[in-house]
Design a protein around this ligand. Structure first.
Ligand SMILES: *Cc1c(COP(=O)(O)O)cnc(C)c1O
Length: 391
């Protein structure tokens, strides 16, 4: 008999840019008995997910479903279905994920105008307006609500107004914001949005919530050529998610259970309570880091509470610090992406991971490791500041 290697993943404190810690109820839901993807009981779960997605996205959009795959599958579904060859797209880019949208829009044959902002600031609405006007006949404007590479929150309303005043649709990436900071699809007038399960919804990575406005749906149905993604063709997906129940793919049953439970948990906590929890813990962490003597990277007025970018001090070794956090304390944080590689740490407080205990543990663990690295971290000051904000 071959020897089988038992796999015992360690218990980690997931404080990176995702995945966040999963709620135990979500993990238990994944262990529920499998049923078929057309089983009447399973169809009920899908219907209930549609209802809950509308509540969590704050929308009346009929087309609200989950694509199979991580957050990027939601991005690909939205971009590939909305952009036809030759369509003009204006894309706001102030980080890694804004750039990923550009790459997809170009692959879809879109003619993309990038509107850049420094990594650490949001995209300027005036710059978007200039680009939309100069381009003319723009089909789609894209932005990232919570840029996980920089920790910046993008104000959506001014950009939504510009898009609509100029006859364009607005696509918003809500992967890191949904369930953590206010997302208001209908109040914003966003036409398409997507998220993931593994950030503030606190389920394992695996499916992506997507919502499409009636206007965007009309645009998708009016396409002259079918989208060049078959698997993520939203019209085919919708024919499975709506009452037609046409087989398209075998739904990832256990992940759909997980999403169902995760959404139920969000609604049980209450969206406003959940936003307030993330806000409080994020601000306590940020206050603590500054009191320790560290500098935060994102513009103060646009800092996300769910993802904090902190500058790595001069003379401190990025890999050694992250290695020690993981090895000694079981804490995972993220390194910098793209332009910020080696320059910042990305500390997430998303969903289940957003707790007072994690804030305090992280500050003391990081402070001690930084002292070993020769940085004079004010650990007491950091803890005092965070504890005050947490109380
Ligand atoms: C994480 C993330 C994605 C991609 O999600 P995956 O689950 O990694 O595929 C897209 N956009 C933003 C803003 C993200 O934070």
């Amino acid at each position: 008999m071959p020897e089988t290697a038992a796999f015992n993943p360690p218990e980690r404190i997931l404080m990176g840019p995702g995945p966040s810690g999963a709620n135990p109820r979500v993990v238990r839901a994944m262990g529920a008995p499998l049923v078929g993807h057309l089983d009447p009981e399973f169809l009920k779960i899908m219907d209930s997910i549609r209802v809950m997605l509308r509540q969590v996205f704050r929308t009346q959009n009929e087309v609200s479903l989950a694509t199979p795959g991580t957050g990027t599958s939601g991005m690909e579904a939205a971009v590939m279905n909305l952009v036809q060859p030759g369509d003009k797209v204006v894309a706001g880019v102030c980080g890694y994920f804004g750039d990923r949208i550009v790459q997809m829009a170009e692959r879809a044959g879109g003619v993309v105008t990038r509107v850049n902002a420094p990594w650490g600031s949001p995209v300027d609405a005036g710059d978007i307006e200039k680009a939309v006007k100069a381009t003319g006949n723009v089909k789609l404007v894209t932005v990232v609500h919570a840029e996980t590479s920089t920790g910046v929150r993008q104000p959506i309303e001014p950009i939504s107004k510009i898009a609509h005043d100029n006859g364009a649709l607005l696509l918003v990436d809500c992967v890191t914001s949904l369930g953590g900071v206010p997302v208001e699809i209908d109040a914003w007038g966003a036409d398409a949005a997507y998220s993931g399960t593994q950030k503030c919804l606190s389920a394992p990575p695996g499916v992506a919530p997507v919502t499409i406005s009636p206007r965007a749906w009309d645009a998708i149905r009016a396409r002259e050529v079918p989208s060049n993604t078959w698997y993520l063709d939203l019209q085919l997906l919708e024919s499975y998610w709506d009452s037609r129940r046409a087989y398209h793919h075998t739904a990832p049953i256990s992940m759909i259970y997980a999403l169902h439970e995760a959404l139920a948990l969000v609604l049980e906590e209450g969206l406003e309570n959940r936003w307030a929890r993330h806000e409080k813990h994020g601000r306590a962490l940020q206050g603590g880091l500054e009191a320790m003597g560290l500098a935060l990277h994102a513009d103060a007025a646009y800092r996300l509470p769910v993802l904090t970018t902190v500058r790595i001090p001069e003379g401190v070794n990025d890999m050694e610090v992250r290695g020690a956090l993981l090895k000694r304390h079981g804490i995972e944080v993220g390194g910098g992406l793209g332009d910020l590689r080696g320059k910042v740490w990305r500390v997430g407080l998303m969903g289940e991971s957003s707790t007072p205990g994690n804030v305090l543990l992280f500050l003391s663990a990081l402070g001690r490791i930084l002292r070993e690295q020769g940085f004079k971290a004010d650990i007491r000051g950091a803890q005092r500041e965070a504890a005050t904000q947490l109380s």
